[in-house]
Structure formats: structure tokens, C-alpha cells
Write a protein that binds this ligand. Structure first.
Ligand code: SAH
Length: 226
């Protein structure tokens, strides 16, 4: 299938198989994701989510890094990562109740012990003292452009930690446009992580926090988008 999933244990693959079936079943009722064929779910959702595990494992010394997924939808990347890395501490945030309910059902069905799920808006939660600058990594896949993602996500990241943004591979213009706000938020862009899925190239853009994010960030959603 793909090295990111081939390396999992049989038990972990079994959990992903159940996750895949439940996602397909739920998709038939409430549309949760555009991708619904099992091979595509394994590749485009599971393997793609596990690119994060690959990156994080090579860039962090901590045994149990804390990771927050913002705008996690049906659970990507957070739930495949939680399955693959039971000792990592995963927090999942999404503003849409039906997606959060689906994730809660998956966590219960699979007995995942390392996931906390929060129904809320990233730009509000990032001001909560219990969540602000508390994470080694923040992850955002298919969330928003890089500038918006940086503002919504960097508040959660501790000094020295990283925000990881999933992107298709032509990101030069988006990256250039986001440089000012990334600096203003206390971040700097690190070397881009490249990987491929079925011969298509993708990237994860890591933004490291090198200075505290000023208290006024993130702003309200309407302001961020402007
Ligand atoms: N990460 C998932 C879902 C991407 S779709 C995946 O890769 O498949 C984007 C998700 O972000 C949606 O589920 C939407 O509900 C959520 N979202 C949008 N704005 C948000 C915000 N400000 N705070 C939290 N979640 C948000």
C-alpha cells in the first residue's frame, strides 16, 4: 500500500480497517469526506495523515509529544496518528459538531486512550491558558491557507515546537505571502518535508515557534480572513 501504513502492527492495521468501514458507513448518511473508496481512504487519508508521524519522529526527542490537530474533520491527521503512536498525546479540535461526534464514536469503538476531543473554534481555544503554548506540535491538514493556518495554530505551540501544515507541492507563492504574519506570530519556516503518495508529491511545511506569540493573536476569524 504505502510504507507509512505497511510498517504498522497487525493490531494497528485492524483498527484502521474498522475506522475505514465506519467512515464509509457514516459517509453514506452524513457526508463527512469526499473520498469514500477504501483504497483511496487508506492512501489519501491514512497514509497522508501518517506522514506527520514520520516527520515528528525524526524531529523530536520527546517520547510522548503533545500534538493538537486543528480543523481535524473526520479525524485527519489526528486519529491515524493516535492509532500508530499510542504513547503520543493527541488533542483534536473541530468546530463542526457532527464531525466531532463521529470522532468520539471512533475513539470509543477503537478504545483509543490517548485522544482528547474538543468541539470548538481554534482561534478561540488558542487563548485558553490550559491550551496556549502547551503543545510540541500543532497539525493542520486541508484547513486554510498558510497565513490563516499560522495565525489559528501557532498560539497552541510551545517555544521551540512546530506547526505542521499539509500542502500540495506548489506552495512558493503562498509561503511568500505568509512570511510577514509568520514572523509577527513568533514563527519561522523550517525546511519543507517532501513525500509522495501514488506518485503525487506533497509537502508538510513546518513553522517553528522562536518567540512567544503576541497575546492579541489569534484574532477573531473575520479579521484573520481579511
Ligand atoms: N483535517 C481534516 C478536515 C479538513 S476540512 C482533513 O484533512 O480531512 C476543515 C475542517 O476544519 C472542517 O471540518 C471544519 O469544520 C474545520 N474548521 C474550519 N474552521 C475552523 C476553526 N476556526 N476552528 C476549528 N475548526 C475549524
Amino acid at each position: 500500500m504505502h510504507p507509512f501504513v505497511d510498517n504498522l502492527s497487525d493490531e494497528q492495521k485492524g483498527k484502521l480497517r474498522i475506522f475505514c468501514e465506519l467512515l464509509q458507513r457514516e459517509n453514506a448518511v452524513h457526508n463527512l469526506t469526499a473520498i469514500n473508496e477504501s483504497g483511496q481512504i487508506w492512501l489519501r487519508h491514512f497514509a497522508d495523515s501518517l506522514a506527520a508521524a514520520e516527520y515528528i519522529e525524526n524531529h523530536v526527542k520527546a517520547v510522548s509529544p503533545a500534538i493538537i490537530d486543528i480543523g481535524s474533520g473526520a479525524g485527519f491527521p489526528c486519529l491515524p496518528v493516535a492509532i500508530a503512536k499510542p504513547y503520543w498525546r493527541i488533542t483534536s479540535v473541530d468546530s463542526t459538531g457532527k464531525k466531532i461526534n463521529f470522532q468520539r464514536m471512533i475513539v470509543r469503538q477503537l478504545g483509543l486512550q490517548n485522544v482528547e476531543i474538543i468541539n470548538g473554534r481554534a482561534e478561540e481555544l488558542a487563548h485558553k491558558p490550559s491550551l496556549r503554548e502547551k503543545f510540541d506540535f500543532a497539525a493542520a491538514r486541508a484547513f486554510a491557507n498558510l497565513a490563516i493556518t499560522a495565525e489559528a495554530g501557532l498560539g497552541f505551540v510551545r517555544l521551540g515546537g512546530e506547526l505542521l501544515a499539509w500542502k500540495s507541492s506548489n506552495i512558493a507563492a503562498e509561503l511568500a505571502e505568509a512570511q510577514n504574519i509568520i514572523g509577527e506570530l513568533g514563527g519561522r519556516t523550517l525546511e519543507i518535508f517532501n513525500y509522495s503518495l501514488a506518485e503525487r508529491n506533497f509537502v508538510i511545511v513546518p513553522i517553528q515557534k522562536i518567540a512567544a506569540t503576541p497575546k492579541k493573536y489569534p484574532r477573531a476569524w473575520g479579521k484573520i480572513k481579511r
